[in-house]
Design a protein around this ligand. Structure first.
Ligand code: DHB
Ligand code: FE
Length: 281
């Protein structure tokens, strides 16, 4: 495990904001009634006011908070901050009505429209890509147990240094990303490398807050996945690794016991099988 990397916010924060904007041309146009805006926003503000009263927050602390909020925006770190500290609760709400494979947070580093790959494939990677080889295989089925041929397993992950392509310099576009299409039995077999624990960038405002609070900035190693098939509800999830560092103290609170893989060594490589189950849309 690499615990010595030094990720920089300068690259990842701003690019995460750009990626979010690019993926949501309609952001801000959601149809929400005044009643709902009022009740949700009033509850958020009441929570903040209650914390200020309970902890007797002072003027210097209030002004420091204002400064920090400005820096989060200027550094483009709203996607990072929100996805680490807030998204898991929204995901829990979504999970309450979802059958099949458990979901997890999307996080800030998804990029759409990656290379489409056949069912048995190797993720795009550099010729000398460092890391422990991993074969990740399985089947996509519906909740009635029928295999879903032509389903899309949209996968992305970090490299052995902890970086995501598109969000750090010097990594080729599309590295360790791809949309794998299942065969006529709904199966896939993806050769990749083992992802490593992810550290929130330490040099930006989110990292500064974590340091100021004495928390740790780590997520356990994970694969990100969107799994979809026509007529079925898309699953957004992540898969983790048994025994991995930070599995029990994920800064993003996004692990679930059902989402932990336990690869075994076979022919000098790690291999693991995991099946996905999609519910009808
Ligand atoms: C963040 C990064 C991730 O890779 C992830 O899976 C979730 C959150 C973040 O920096 O906010
Ligand atoms: Fe991630």
């Amino acid at each position: 495990m690499t615990s010595t990397q030094n990720p920089t916010a300068a690259g990842s924060g701003a690019s995460a904001t750009e990626a979010f904007r690019a993926s949501r041309p309609q952001a801000g146009a959601a149809e929400v009634s005044a009643e709902r805006v009022s009740s949700v926003v009033a509850a958020v503000l009441d929570g903040v006011r209650a914390a200020i009263r309970e902890h007797n927050v002072t003027y210097p602390e209030y002004q420091a908070a204002k400064q920090w909020l400005i820096e989060i925006g200027e550094g483009g770190e709203w996607p990072l901050f929100l996805d680490v500290f807030i998204e898991h609760v929204v995901e829990q709400n979504a999970a309450a009505t979802q059958e099949g494979t458990k979901g997890s947070i999307l996080g800030p580093y998804y990029l759409p429209d990656q290379q489409r790959l056949p069912a048995v494939t190797t993720l795009p990677m550099r010729p000398d890509e460092p890391g422990v080889p991993l074969v990740f295989a399985g089947q996509v089925r519906d909740t009635a147990g029928r295999p879903l041929a032509g389903a899309e397993v949209d996968i992305w992950q970090n490299d052995a240094a902890g970086y995501y392509s598109g969000f750090a310099p010097d990594i080729p576009a599309g590295n360790l990303r791809g949309v794998v299409v299942t065969d006529d039995q709904g199966r896939f077999e993806i050769t990749t490398i083992q992802p490593v624990p992810y550290q929130i960038p330490t040099d930006g405002p989110t990292g500064k807050l974590i340091e100021a609070a004495g928390w740790h900035p780590w997520r356990p190693a994970h694969l990100h996945l969107l799994v979809r098939a026509p007529g079925h509800r898309q699953i957004t999830t992540q898969l983790y690794f048994a025994g991995g560092e930070w599995l029990d103290s994920d800064v993003a609170t996004a692990t679930k016991p059902e989402l932990v893989l336990d690869p075994v060594e076979r022919d000098g490589r790690l291999r693991v099988d995991y099946d996905f189950v999609l519910e009808p849309a």
